[in-house]
Structure formats: C-alpha cells, structure tokens
Design a binder for this molecule. Structure first.
Ligand code: ZN
Ligand code: ZN
Length: 403
C-alpha cells in the first residue's frame, strides 16, 4: 500500500471543516482591513529564498526542498510565504508605481524537518503583507488583525512585543552585544559562538539555559534605540493600550536578518506545549530593496494553521437543507428529480436506495439536514408529500408540485 510521505498529511472530514473555518474567518478579517488575496507559485528559484530568508538560516541551510528541474534550474518549494509575495510585488512593478498595496495569502509551505506534533513537512500558513506605509499605525493594524482572527476563532493568546531598531541604531547595538558575548565566550554554547560571526543578534533567542542566564545582563536593544525608533515604539504601545490589546515586552524576541526593523511581535499560546508561537510578524522595511526593488516600507505577519487547528473553537453546526429518500424502488426517479430542482436554492442530500422510515431517520441525523421528506408509492399516487422540519419538530403536507 502506498502511503503519504512522512510529515505530509491529508486534510479531510472534521479537520477539513476546521481548516476551512479558519481560512474563511481569517479571510473575512483580512478583507475587513482592506487586504486582497494574492496567489504565488509553490515553486520558486532557490536564489529567492537564499537572499530573503538568508543563507545562514536553518531553513535555507537544512530544510529546503531544493532540486534541479529538467530545465537545469535550481528551484525550491517555498518554505515560507513572504519571499514570493515580495518577488511578485517587484515583478509587477508595484514598487515603482508607489502607493499602498495590501495582500493576504494562504497555502502550503514546505520544510524538510523532523516531523513532530503541530510541525509538518508540508504545512499551511495564512499571512498578510502590507507595502508602502512606514507609519507605526500599520504595525498596530497588523497586530489588531491577528488579535481579531484569534478572537473570532475563540483562541486565547499572549502578545509579545519588541523593537529591533533600524539601520541607524542597530549596528552600534550589535557591536555592544558582540562585545558582551565575547567577554563570556568561554561559558556560552557552541551555537552562540557560531552566531557571533554569522548573526550575533540571534544569540538572544538561544534556547540554551546557561546562555539565557548569562544574557540576562546583556545590553537591551530597546534601551539603545535612536529617537525615531523610540518614538515609534512608544506610539505603538500607546495605540495598543487605547485599543485594549494586552502585550508583554520581550527583549529577546529577535529576527536574524538585516532587513527586519523596528516592530517585531509574536502571539503565543499556553495551551499547546510551553510557549508555542501561533503567529509572528513585524516590519521589514528593507526587504524590497534587498530583492532589487525600489526601497519600500513593509510590514506583515504569518500564522501556522496546523498549530492552531486544535485550538479553534468551532461554532455549533446548524441543521441545514433537505434530506430526500425513497421508501420503495419506484420512487427513486422522482426523488432524484425533486432533489435536482431543490438544489437550485438549497443543500440536498439524497439516498439512492429504497429504505424503511426508521433507516432514513438514522441517515438524516448523519447529514444534519433541517428538512426531511420521504417518498413512496402512496405519495406518488396522491401527489402529496410530508415535509418534516426536524429542528422545530413540525410537519407540513404539500403537493409534489409545490415542493
Ligand atoms: Zn547559546
Ligand atoms: Zn533606530
């Protein structure tokens, strides 16, 4: 028997209900905020991710589904959504056109990592990207959007917030951090030594406890922001306060790449293991430029749908539509005919096999229909049928014509 690949799941039945409920809810919220859907290819040139996600990251270094296609192109299944959207934005010359462009997307992403609970090799993300606005109000908008989506899905969260500074204040901070870590070089882990050369800011989110205890005393970026970054961060907090969004400052919440700036945020849930991130985002004012576009401020977020699945509170399922069945073989043709007519306006479940009343009733429960009507030779003769309203426990006798 051929099975699906490791870390690649089918989504069906109840999972599919949850999955589409989330997509629909998130789509609805994104549209209310003025975002438009964008679909980008699953397969892109490997160079795109090397440049945007960063050659030094684990994603690009170890986890990409990368191969040479039959045309000898070095290609890769997308490991995340932002790179493709930014590429499309530049390719369509929207950077040169100027103005505000807001997109949302959802779809499969691929990372070759060790599959574990809530972490798959083919997984799904919902995300948004906003281009052309440097105001911190748009950062706040992003955060409020995530909060709206989570609330609509009945998911509790904690919001963690940090500022990553910008090209003005980050370099000096980086130097002071490197200086600090160099002084305790003998005590930090091997990964942190490596990061010191490649990506020093990432030492701050090292998972090693020894490292973390040392970095408690490390200089904090939010204490070293330039005036512009400081003002934006203060303003952001004030907007969130005004709109009743609670947050915690997490000075260790960092992104490793130079094009990230200012706002960084993460939504975590305490209900799926210890401190699991369920959404993350922030400002990336220099990515468009990094990918050869005209400098354009941008901010966005992404949510991993598989991680959210078990947290989603589904609304109560309402009974809807019709169930039509035949009591004897002679009535089946009429059942099909009536179902076809009714489907112009309603959802209709039919049963092709003639059954007795009791067995039809069992089937109605399964499909959760609101109306129930069964047809036999008596009904054909009299030209009338009984339609039962299962929800309100009433029934009505009407002619087949009327039905
Ligand atoms: Zn470390
Ligand atoms: Zn700054």
């Amino acid at each position: 028997m051929i099975k699906s690949l490791r870390g690649m799941n089918d989504i069906l039945s109840e999972d599919y209900e949850r999955f589409t409920y989330f997509i629909n809810t998130a789509t609805h919220v994104a549209q209310k905020y003025g975002f438009h859907f964008i679909e980008t290819p699953l397969l892109e040139e490997t160079a795109l991710f090397k440049r945007s996600v960063g050659a030094s990251s684990d994603i690009v270094g170890k986890e990409m589904y990368q191969f040479i296609d039959k045309g000898k192109n070095d290609v890769c299944l997308r490991p995340e959504g932002t790179a493709g959207v930014v590429r499309a934005f530049i390719q369509k010359k929207l950077d040169k056109a100027g103005g505000v462009h807001r997109f949302f997307y959802h779809g499969s992403m691929f990372r070759y990592e060790r599959p574990q609970k809530g972490r798959l090799r083919q997984f799904h993300q919902f995300g948004v990207e906003s281009f052309g606005i440097d105001s911190v109000y748009e950062d706040a908008n992003m955060i409020m959007m995530v909060a709206d989506i989570l609330v609509a899905c009945g998911i509790g969260y904690r919001l963690q917030l940090n500022s990553l500074g910008d090209a003005n204040c980050m370099p000096a901070y980086r130097e002071s951090l490197v200086h600090f870590v160099t002084q305790c070089k003998d005590e930090v882990c091997e990964d942190c030594i490596r990061r010191l050369d490649l990506n020093p800011i990432r030492v701050l989110d090292c998972k090693n406890e020894k490292c973390q205890s040392l970095y408690v005393n490390a200089p904090k970026l939010i204490n070293n922001l330039c005036q512009a970054c400081e003002n934006d961060f203060t303003k952001l907090k004030q907007i969130l306060d005004t709109n009743n969004i609670n947050y915690e400052i997490d000075t260790n919440l960092v992104r490793g790449l130079d094009y990230y700036s200012k706002t960084a945020f993460e939504f975590v849930s305490d209900n799926i293991g210890s401190q699991s991130a369920i959404a993350g985002g922030g400002r990336y004012d220099r990515l468009v430029e990094f990918l050869d576009g005209r400098p354009t401020p941008a901010v966005g977020f992404a949510m991993g749908i598989e991680r959210l699945m078990e947290l989603i509170q589904m609304p109560e399922v309402k009974k809807e539509g019709y169930y039509i069945g035949a009591l004897d073989e002679d009535a089946i043709d009429l059942v099909v005919q009536l179902a076809q007519k009714k489907r112009k306006t309603d959802k209709v479940n039919i049963e092709y096999k003639a059954k007795n009343f009791k067995n039809h009733m069992k089937a109605v429960d399964k499909v959760n229909a609101k109306y129930f009507c069964i047809i036999g030779s008596n009904e054909i003769q009299s030209g009338t049928i009984i339609v039962k309203d299962i929800e309100n426990k009433t029934e009505e006798k009407i002619t087949i014509q009327e039905f």
